[in-house]
Design a binder for this molecule. Structure first.
Ligand code: FE2
Length: 298
């Protein structure tokens, strides 16, 4: 296993010369530490079927069964399918997923720590996914913006991103949204989370799912959130992964916001995502970390 680490304060380690089907526990521990340290890991030149892909994912963590089953692979519910290509003449997964800044499942009380992504068909012209390291963003956050989020809680909700399905035809939008909201009610997370392994502080918010700062009215929220997102999404914060055939990506949702590129009209795209729990809390409270670091050492 050959590892290329990124320059300091950059994300993305590259792993070469490994067949992920046969990795052993010692290598898995190294891979997980690379994810915590560099947030994004790319495995090059892989050629796996669905069973092998799932087997590798299970060595890294516990696969999520995504809570909306229209995204599931028909034979492998752990595989979330993003696709604009039918399979066996039937609709396969969901097209055009994640084309806005977000972290996977931020709208759940227990968000998803890791995401693994393995494209099966890459579009011919644009083959990119974009990332922003929110740990670095927090470090660079101007004091005015920091005052908006320090010691605050943020509201996250998925309903504005719901994709209307065939069974919604003839239903009023308000009924569709109310039903969706019953299933996925808004959740609150601290604006600044502390990583359970690195103890780094991270600004945990994204344009896709974060809809408010707790305690503020709608107008003030719109104003402050847009100011924050303009800073977060500026060009210099964006890392672009350019996909090659055979790439598998593994990244951490605690620290990275991400966005899928558009698929130009007429081009095909099929990707297999597996969400993974790493057995750790998504974040620890800053207070607990502070208390631990202040405990007298013997
Ligand atoms: Fe995503």
């Amino acid at each position: 296993m050959k590892i290329n680490r990124p320059p300091s304060e950059c994300i993305g380690a590259e792993i070469l010369d490994v067949d992920v089907v046969s990795v052993m526990e010692a290598e898995i521990n190294i891979i997980k530490q690379l994810v915590y340290d560099y947030k994004l890991v790319v495995f090059r030149d892989q050629n796996l079927n669905e069973d092998q892909y799932l087997e590798f994912a299970r060595k890294i963590g516990t696969p999520q069964i995504y809570p909306q089953d229209n995204y599931h692979h028909p034979d492998y519910p752990e595989i979330f399918v993003s696709s604009n290509v039918p399979k066996d003449g039937k609709k396969f997964g969901v097209r055009g997923t994640g084309r806005y800044w977000h972290t996977d499942c931020a709208f759940l009380a227990e968000p998803l720590p890791f995401t693994m992504l393995y494209p099966q068909v890459l579009p011919s012209s644009i083959r990119e996914t974009y990332y922003i390291d929110m740990q670095q963003v927090y470090k660079k956050l101007p004091s005015k913006l920091r005052s908006y989020v320090d010691e605050k809680y943020l509201v996250h909700e998925a309903k504005w991103r719901y994709k209307v399905q065939e069974w919604d035809i003839d239903r009023a939008v308000i009924d569709i949204m109310n039903d969706f909201e019953k299933k996925f009610p808004p959740v609150k997370h601290p604006a600044i989370i502390t990583h359970p392994v690195t103890h780094e502080k991270i600004l945990y918010m994204n344009q896709g799912f974060t809809t408010g700062i707790v305690g503020l009215n709608y107008e003030t929220n719109q104003e402050l959130l847009q100011e924050l997102f303009s800073f977060i999404e500026c060009e210099e914060h964006i890392h672009t992964h350019v996909w090659k055939d055979g790439d598998i990506l593994l990244w951490e949702n605690r620290t990275l916001n991400h966005k899928a590129s558009i698929v130009p009209e007429g081009e095909k795209s099929v990707s297999y995502r597996i969400g993974l729990y790493d057995g750790l809390p998504f974040y620890v409270s800053s207070k607990r970390v502070k208390e631990q670091s202040e405990m007298p050492t013997k």
